[in-house]
Ligand binder design. Structure first.
Ligand code: THU
Length: 155
């Protein structure tokens, strides 16, 4: 039997050590949580997409009473970015969550569907997307979205 091992690295990084542009990205993701429409889960997620040209696109979760019709913050931001700037590669995405009056202490991690969309965006532009997962206690930095979804689907 042949075994294929798959590992990836999570960098735990201090906010102060981040570049100005990544600090701004996290601030945008945090601010975006306040604009979320989450009357059912009360879990407000904010995402901020950094494009290669320095542009930052924000998004947040949009829920709906017909539950599957809602959309995660990451896909709201990413689909908007890709629809409006189809020629501009995505460099990084920051994600933050706000619950019961405060930001989560642990970083939140994107759901499987959002990972799949991020990976396709990496493939589309031929460029890795760095992920900044914000938590009050710690921030995780991942060098590429595809690390989070081994054997992802592709046509
Ligand atoms: N949610 C996101 O927006 N992003 C994630 O990465 C995980 C979950 C949203 C979906 C739903 O509106 C709420 O958080 C609770 O699951």
């Amino acid at each position: 039997m042949i075994e294929i091992k798959n590992t990836f690295i999570i960098h735990i990084i201090n906010y102060e050590k981040l570049t100005d542009s990544y600090q701004k990205l996290i601030q945008t993701a945090k601010a975006q949580t306040q604009l979320a429409y989450a009357p059912y889960s009360h879990f407000q997620v904010g995402a901020a997409v950094l494009l290669n040209d320095g542009n930052i696109i924000g998004g947040n979760n949009q829920e709906n009473s017909a539950f599957p019709s809602g959309l995660c913050a990451e896909r709201v931001a990413l689909f908007y970015a890709n629809s409006q700037y189809p020629q501009t590669p995505v460099k990084a995405i920051a994600i933050a969550a706000f619950q019961e009056g405060k930001f989560t202490s642990k970083p939140i991690s994107p759901c499987g569907a959002c990972r799949q969309v991020m990976i396709e965006t990496e493939t589309r532009f031929g460029q890795n997307i760095e992920l900044l997962l914000y938590g009050k206690k710690e921030i995780f930095l991942l060098k590429k979205a595809s690390d989070l979804l081994p054997l992802s689907f592709s046509l």
